[in-house]
Design a protein. Structure first.
Length: 553
């Protein structure tokens, strides 16, 4: 900040050469300083956010005696994708023993856009001498077991076209140069095939036909062994047209896709099915006084979901019967609650006052239009016993609590979900998974159950009638919780133990696919626009504490 305020000529010259406004940068720095100050609570306790979490961890290690002796060995994989604060953490943890092992390949650095700096790996020997006072021992892994010889040779020739020397009087290189990577597989068979140059729809159809042949001819054991890679899969929560075009072509030849980051999870078929039936049970939520594209598209999603619920009910009379019965339970509970509230008001009872069964139970029991189910709950000996025990301990139940309890629903959102899964439409999904034909639908149902469990933990564990009367439950579930999931663009289930469901072709970003292996890989969109360095890198480079590393261009 001082350099900006003092008008540092070198700094201003750099910023102007990069078409950056020094005054705008000064404003950003002030905003950031104000944000950091806002993390201090009124009591002076410093909070942190996710971006500062590692920095806070380093501060704790710095102030904690013996932190450098906590681990006998520190081992880090994918070291080329670490950032500066991570480097400091690793060296701090290893300072006591000097046992730090890192594994990586600077040619595979992919996360610069997230703040990673490949120099951590390239300059690792020098950093070891600076931090630990000793040089590391290098073990070179030079055999590539993943790719055929032609791929390895092509890549080696490509990467060596660049001049990696530092220049400007500096010794060394921006890359680890003394590599001798050899392919384990030396067969001369073709390693790469290209589609016919044509219009995008025709290319997609050609690729889909080839993929269909690979599956039908048994070239792969399962469609999940064919990966489609894209630079990116979605923009502002929506699947990119280039991705959707490939997906449609594959589905046209009977192949299903698993694209966990290509769009909103709530737009998968299983979400339409489940929440469409939820809408049929609970009813449509009241429209909020909100504007904007997100809310409008969400309301359109609700309408489409509702229509899907109606379709499923028309297709399965037993399902329709169950949904109508569940809906009737909710209606009856609401009517009971209104009736009991009316009786309490007639008797001039305060809902916050202690419930007195000797004085209140009979009038409530005789409330007009009070259902037999509600009467049974109110008159139960178990409820009487619990009420009297609480009163004896000086902690009586409030009348309002009793009214909610005797009108509450005896199932919750997870119960409803599992009961719906017992009907034919959903049973077919489980059958497909059990036969190993398509695990995608069941994977998505599993994620829906997780979201519903979280809803119960955080919002509504028990459906009480007071939440139904004014459609407050509808507002919480549909107007708040699901809308938040929709806006966040929550994606399909990603299971680290079994990441790719059987029967589905995975669509992945190149970053997602890093470190994975597939028998067949399709680069579905090879386009890459070179937009130059990110603006944030241009802004921060003059303020780095150490030499900035390889040039941004």
């Amino acid at each position: 900040m001082r350099r900006l305020d003092d008008g540092d000529p070198a700094l201003r010259g750099y910023l102007q050469s990069r078409d950056l406004n020094p005054d705008e940068l000064a404003l950003l720095v002030r905003l950031y300083a104000a944000y950091r100050e806002s993390l201090l609570t009124a009591g002076g306790v410093e909070q942190t956010d996710f971006a500062l979490l590692q920095q806070e961890a380093y501060r704790i290690l710095e102030t904690c005696e013996g932190s450098d002796q906590a681990f006998q060995h520190v081992i880090v994989d994918e070291y080329q994708d670490t950032n500066t604060i991570q480097e400091r953490l690793f060296f701090k943890l290893a300072a006591g023993t000097g046992n730090l092992c890192v594994v990586g390949d600077d040619d595979q650095a992919l996360y610069r856009f997230r703040g990673a700096t490949v120099e951590n790996f390239v300059e690792f020997p020098a950093r070891c001498r600076a931090y630990l006072g000793r040089a590391p021992r290098r073990l070179s892994l030079t055999v590539n077991y993943r790719s055929r010889e032609r791929i390895v040779d092509f890549y080696t020739a490509f990467i060596q076209q660049a001049d990696w020397a530092k220049g400007d009087g500096q010794d060394g290189f921006y890359r680890v140069m003394d590599k001798d990577i050899q392919a384990h597989r030396r067969d001369p068979l073709p390693a790469v095939v290209a589609s016919t140059p044509a219009e995008p729809p025709d290319v997609c159809d050609e690729i889909a036909a080839l993929t269909r042949r690979l599956v039908d001819e048994g070239k792969v054991d399962d469609p999940n062994q064919i990966a489609f890679l894209f630079p990116s899969l979605k923009y502002r929560g929506d699947m990119l047209k280039s991705v959707e075009r490939v997906k449609d072509a594959l589905e046209a030849v009977g192949l299903q896709v698993y694209a966990p980051r290509a769009g909103r999870f709530l737009e998968v078929d299983e979400a339409y099915d489940v929440f469409g039936l939820f809408l049929q049970v609970f009813g449509y939520p009241p429209r909020a006084n909100l504007r904007g594209r997100d809310y409008q598209t969400y309301m359109e999603w609700l309408q489409a979901v509702e229509a899907q619920g109606e379709l499923l009910m028309r297709q399965d009379p037993l399902l329709a019967k169950y949904v109508k019965e569940a809906r009737a339970e909710l209606v009856q509970a609401s009517q009971d609650y209104r009736a009991l509230l009316g009786m309490a008001e007639k008797q001039r009872w305060d809902l916050e006052a202690p419930y007195d069964p000797d004085r209140m139970k009979r009038p409530l029991y005789n409330t007009p239009r009070f259902s037999e189910r509600g009467k049974g709950l109110l008159a139960s000996t178990y409820l009487d016993r619990v009420v009297r025990q609480r009163a004896a301990r000086g902690r009586p139940f409030a009348l309002g609590y009793i009214l909610k309890r005797v009108t509450s629903i005896d199932w919750n959102v997870l119960d409803l979900f599992y009961r719906l899964c017992g009907f034919e439409h959903f049973k077919r999904m489980f059958d497909l998974a059990e036969r190993g034909q398509d695990e995608g639908p069941v994977s998505n149902l599993g994620l829906i159950s997780q979201y519903l469990a979280r809803f119960m933990e955080q919002r509504v564990p028990i459906i009480t009638a007071d939440l139904l009367v004014d459609k407050l439950f509808h507002k919480i579930l549909f107007g708040s919780y699901l809308f938040a999931l929709y806006r966040r663009g929550e994606t399909e289930l990603e299971n680290s133990d079994d990441p790719f469901p059987k029967g589905r072709i995975p669509f992945l970003t190149i970053h997602q696919a890093k470190g994975l292996e597939f028998p067949v890989v399709v680069l579905a969109n090879p386009r890459k626009d070179n937009r130059g360095p990110q603006r944030v890198e241009l802004l921060t480079r003059p303020f780095l504490e150490r030499p900035p590393g390889e040039p941004l261009d």
